[in-house]
Write a protein that binds this ligand. Structure first.
Ligand SMILES: Cc1cc2nc3c(=O)[nH]c(=O)nc-3n(C[C@H](O)[C@H](O)[C@H](O)COP(=O)(O)OP(=O)(O)OC[C@H]3O[C@@H](n4cnc5c(N)ncnc54)[C@H](O)[C@@H]3O)c2cc1C
Length: 396
């Protein structure tokens, strides 16, 4: 196994990604947030350079690199202070198509995804009445000749408003003995009549998540991925991949760098906060946890080659738990570093020329703190990850 950090294993790629990220500095991201828009220019630049297609085999227009290369690219994007959410979705969501799709589906969709002409970025699992208990999902796909007719609702669907296509879990057999057995995986064109997307505002004022309604939506049977009623197995694989990315080592590194920078400017009790031994100790503890997470991520990524294709790695649950806990801990430290300046409510409205109360780094701190509680929920809550670890790793 290669235990060098992924950024060292793929140093040349990381250097190029770093240069590309430098073209999108903080004001670009602040404008995207303020104007609530998709970072099209950033995603286009990464696509053009081929970085979002590294996991797609060369035969389908990608670079055919290992998971470690994708992890290195995402880590660099995050560490440079750019938003990797859309990149993560574009890189990983196609994984199920690659592993379980038919040859015809791969030839049709993968080159389009690699070229950035098709955004397959949304994954519809959660419904208003089924979250952790996915087997209780109610969205149905009724077979009518060469089509399915889909009816139901998904919720909390990330990036659905920007996606061209959605991967959707639907119930195709309501009579199945076990709830998970009657579920199938459909690729659905978001422009199909009968689909309505309603964005949900998050704590930080953003609109990355949505409700998605399906009202007699006709989906060709050719868009079924893998076998009918086996969708739950494919979804587990996709969620495993997603969790690997949720570790966000790069984001936490960047956040810790920022905490140190702010703590060097903030004063408490007549001294710089960075010189306060209690605060220093908190930073050290988080950094140690982050180092351990980075090594665990290396192990998971390196094991990819030894797993049978298409099977999830339960160790990705460890990355999800520790990664989300560390990210939340960094938002807490940032809140502590900014102190009372984090308290005023300062909405970042587009076009507003109102001055900021406190230092310019203060306004996003509290909204980010509250919004990032979501990290231990999405991608399967941390409690569910503990259940997976108990069963699949500890054999309990
Ligand atoms: C920001 C964000 C983005 C999201 N993006 C997507 C997306 O793109 N696509 C998508 O399909 N979904 C998405 N989700 C939904 C997310 O996956 C669900 O919220 C999550 O699975 C939990 O489901 P729930 O909210 O219904 O909570 P519930 O399942 O009702 O759980 C409530 C609480 O009970 C606990 N709990 C439930 N069952 C058990 C159990 N068996 N053992 C122990 N504890 C348990 C949970 O951990 C949680 O604390 C997103 C959610 C958020 C917040």
């Amino acid at each position: 196994m290669n235990f060098q950090p992924v950024s060292v294993q793929h140093a040349e790629i990381c250097e190029e990604v770093r240069k590309l990220c430098a073209r999108f500095p903080a004001p670009y991201w602040r404008a995207c947030d303020r104007e609530r828009r998709y970072p099209s220019e950033f995603v286009a630049a990464l696509t053009e350079a081929g970085y979002l297609a590294v996991l797609i085999p060369e035969a389908y227009g990608g670079a055919g690199l290992p998971l470690s290369a994708a992890a290195a690219i995402l880590e660099t994007i995050q560490a440079e202070g750019c938003n990797g959410a859309a990149c993560h979705a574009q890189m990983y969501t196609m994984g199920t198509l690659l592993r379980h799709g038919s040859e015809a589906q791969k030839r049709r969709y993968l080159p389009e995804i690699a070229a950035g002409r098709l955004r397959l970025q949304a994954f519809g699992v959660t419904e208003p009445t089924s979250g952790s208990d996915t087997g209780a999902l109610r969205t149905t796909a009724r077979r009518e000749g060469d089509h399915y007719v889909v009816n139901g609702q998904k919720t909390w669907t990330t990036l659905a408003q920007y996606a061209d296509w959605i991967f959707c879990l639907v119930r195709t057999n309501p009579e199945a003995r076990k709830p998970q057995e009657g579920i199938s995986f459909l690729l659905i064109d978001m422009k199909t009549p009968g689909i309505t997307v309603r964005p949900i505002q998050t704590f930080d004022g953003g609109f990355e998540i949505n409700e998605v309604f399906f009202d007699d939506v006709k989906v060709p049977v050719a868009n079924l991925v893998g076998q009918e009623n086996k969708g739950w197995d494919y979804a587990k694989f996709l969620l495993g991949n997603e969790r690997t990315g949720i570790a966000r080592v790069g984001t936490s590194k960047e956040r810790i760098r920022r905490i140190k920078e702010i703590a060097a400017r903030e004063r408490r009790g007549g001294q710089r906060l960075i010189d306060d031994p209690f605060f220093r100790r908190k930073i050290v503890e988080v950094e140690m946890e982050l180092k351990a997470l980075e090594i665990t991520q290396l192990r998971v990524v390196a094991r990819e080659r030894h797993r049978s294709p298409g099977t999830p790695d339960p160790a990705s649950s460890i990355l999800k738990i520790k990664g989300s806990e560390i990210q939340q801990a960094t938002t807490e430290l940032l809140l502590e570093a900014v102190g009372p300046y984090a308290m005023p409510y300062q909405p970042a409205e587009a076009g507003s020329n109102e001055g900021v109360i406190g230092p310019d780094y203060a306004p996003p701190v509290a909204p980010t703190y509250f919004n990032w509680r979501k990290i231990s929920i999405y991608g399967g809550s941390n409690e569910i990850q503990r259940n997976i670890i108990a069963k699949a790793i500890l054999g309990l």
